[in-house]
Design a protein around this ligand. Structure first.
Ligand SMILES: [Zn+2]
Length: 296
């Protein structure tokens, strides 16, 4: 009934053609974008006492080259990966390490999503042990009363946890730093409310390519957060890179309102909408209006 805090490092191929002109980046579209090359994990009991740690490198199977950017950021070398094990061996190790009763945790949902995406890609089927999950970023952001998702670095700063900069972006160290943050804010009764029991149906993957997304009107909502009544739209929803925005007015309190719609996918492929309406001031409203007109 404890926690396993997990962190992964990836070999991401974006921008690779500047180093290796032979790799045509368009070809990457249908491949997996983030191949896991390192797993770090630390296990804690219910009192957050450290029990055990795990660190392993995975030999890349998709691209044999290591993106120099990844190398620079993580300090992982080709030699490290040469000594690495296969994805399935690493997953077997992780499975054994996690056991069946612990809650798996990570800073933001990306890592758990990538774990499942990588498993699917490699045809690794034995992932039913991934069930109880806690997003420590979501938990800490709420507990520290921030509106925007905190980065691990800013959480460490806010809690005055000493960080050796060069130790960040190592899977095991990041897992440990995540644990330090979690320990400071840990409250077993509150944590319970954040544990997801159905990982596969939570909103986990940000949709990046909106070419094929048709906005479903019945899943969007634009209400004044103060009066809870429907806004009068001035600019209807329009795509701004990764989210849809709309502008309007509250018919009752006359506040200027911004609507944001973010669409995410669950790991089982379902689209999940999140709607946020906020009251904004006049100058922000004018700025947004300008951007709406600019994109036509
Ligand atoms: Zn209102």
């Amino acid at each position: 009934m404890g926690f396993v805090i997990l962190d992964l490092e990836f070999n991401n191929m974006r921008g690779i053609s500047q180093y290796f002109p032979d790799i045509i980046e368009d070809n990457l579209d249908n491949m997996m974008e983030n191949e896991i090359i390192e797993i770090g994990a630390v296990k804690y009991d219910v009192y957050m006492k450290e029990l055990e740690e795990l660190k392993c490198y995975i030999k890349p199977g998709i691209f044999k080259v290591l993106n120099p950017k990844v190398k620079e950021m993580t300090g992982i070398t080709e030699e490290d990966l040469e000594k690495g094990i296969s994805f399935s061996d690493a997953m077997n190790k992780l499975k054994e390490f996690c056991g069946t009763s612990n809650t798996i945790c990570s800073w933001a949902k990306d890592d758990i999503a990538e774990l499942i995406i990588n498993s699917n890609y490699h045809g690794y089927k034995d992932i039913n042990w991934i069930n109880k999950y806690l997003d420590i970023q979501e938990y800490c952001t709420k507990v520290l009363a921030h509106k925007k998702s905190l980065s691990l670095k800013s959480a460490l700063e806010e809690l005055r946890i000493k960080v050796e900069e060069e130790k960040l972006h190592d899977a095991l160290n990041d897992a440990k730093y995540t644990a330090e943050v979690f320990k400071r804010l840990y409250n077993s009764r509150v944590v319970k409310n954040y544990v997801v029991n159905d990982v596969y149906n939570m909103p986990a993957v940000m949709i990046r390519d909106f070419k094929d997304v048709i906005l479903e009107d019945n899943k969007t909502e634009f209400k004044c957060p103060r009066c809870h009544i429907e806004a009068e739209k001035e600019h209807p929803l329009k795509l701004f890179s990764w989210r849809f925005l709309a502008l309007g007015l509250c018919p009752k309190c006359k506040s200027r309102l911004l609507q944001e719609v973010v669409i995410k996918k669950s790991l089982s492929g379902q689209k999940i909408y999140s709607n946020i309406s906020t009251i904004i001031n006049e100058s922000d409203y004018l700025n947004y209006s300008y951007r709406f007109k600019k994109i036509g």
